[in-house]
Design a protein around this ligand. Structure first.
Ligand code: SAM
Length: 341
């Protein structure tokens, strides 16, 4: 009998999903997939290099092997699988996301999901007494962990966005709230004629010059420490907002869209890269968007939106939605132009 045909077994697996999340987090923090990049290694070897208890580490590897992340190779060694390879850190995979998502502050915030559901209030603020942005600005390690996590996710999405949307006709692209520049670096690398503007908070863009230089695009990109509620570079051909509007409730999201609208000239486009909620019905394919919506409630205090909700938000900001381009990831490119042009 398949697991789906056995509702109780299926439910139990969902309930206990947090165990898999935390095991992946620990594997990512220990950089197990990076240590296995050169081939299979013994548990003793991995325990020595990570400073772990060999018996406990074996139990972690065995558990993750049942989830398809690692595999036991001949001679009692463990190897990474194609899934495990994606858990590498830095530009190699989603390891930095796993390290961030399983860290104590996110888990504590998620433990207050019930508070959010009962009250509508942001869980993170109810637990910590400050917003995620205040915490990340105050604690450089927390800020860097989040920035690296977002870069890992955005590198993964960048290729799909570049396949789905043609940046070739543009000359200048401004990435507003572009983090440490991972997405913009990918866009500029793909299109050598393009020039870029990267705007984010000062402590975030501090890491951008090194990343842009490593990508070989620093000479085509201006970095702007700034506040996206106040002003963004004027006159670019395209303004990218990736995973920005979903961080905020409607009033603040509207203010951000207006800041972009004020900087746009006739002919500029706004490209909102977000997960778009659909349904009903709610197919399993929409799970990432719907659970990201809960994550927005828990962490930054924002929300995911439907196509209609984006359309009316953009309209209120003086923008006309022209199309929604799906990508092979759960992200879509929502294109809008100034409604008066
Ligand atoms: C969810 S992250 C998205 C980062 C990037 N666009 C990506 O998708 O990888 C939100 C970004 O908004 C930035 N941000 C938040 N408040 C801001 C503000 N007032 N001014 C500029 N950037 C801000 C954060 O620093 C962070 O980099």
């Amino acid at each position: 009998m398949s697991e789906h045909a056995d509702p109780r077994r299926h439910l139990l697996r969902l309930i206990n999903g947090f165990r898999i999340s935390q095991a992946l987090h620990v594997a990512a923090v220990l950089r197990l997939s990076d240590h296995l990049a050169g081939g299979p290694r013994t548990v003793a070897d991995l325990a020595a290099v990570t400073g772990c208890d060999p018996h406990a580490l074996h139990r972690l590897l065995r558990a993750l092997a049942t989830a398809g992340v690692y595999a036991e190779a001949p001679g009692g060694r463990f190897a990474s699988t194609a899934i495990g390879d994606e858990l590498r850190g830095g530009a190699e995979g989603l390891g930095d996301w796993a390290a961030f998502a399983g860290a104590a502050s996110m888990w504590h915030a998620w433990s207050a999901l019930g508070h959010s559901i009962r009250t509508g209030e942001n869980a993170f603020a109810s637990v910590y007494g400050e917003s995620v942005w205040e915490q990340r600005a105050r604690d450089p390690a927390a800020g860097a962990a989040f920035d690296a996590a977002m870069a890992a996710l955005s590198r993964h999405v960048a290729e799909a966005v570049l396949e789905a949307y043609d940046f070739g006709a543009l000359s200048t692209v401004a990435d507003v709230g572009g983090g440490n520049g991972a997405l913009l670096a990918a866009v500029l690398r793909r299109h050598p004629h393009l020039r870029g503007h990267l705007l984010d908070q000062p402590q975030v863009v501090a890491a951008a010059p090194a990343l842009l230089a490593a990508a070989g695009v620093a000479d085509r990109c201006e970095v702007h420490p700034g506040d996206l509620f106040v002003a963004v570079p004027a006159g670019a051909d395209a303004y990218v907002l990736k995973s920005i509007l979903h961080d905020w409730p409607d009033e603040a999201a509207l203010a951000i869209a207006r800041t972009c609208r004020n900087a746009m000239r006739p002919g500029s486009v706004l490209l909102v890269l977000e997960r778009v909620l659909t349904g009903p019905p709610y197919p399993p394919a929409d799970l990432p968007a719907a659970f990201s919506d809960l994550n927005m409630l828990v962490a930054p205090g924002g929300q995911e939106r439907t196509r209609d909700e984006y359309e009316s938000l953009l309209r209120a900001a003086g923008l006309r939605m022209t199309r929604v381009v799906p990508t092979t990831t759960e992200f879509s490119v929502i294109e809008a132009v100034p409604s008066t042009s």
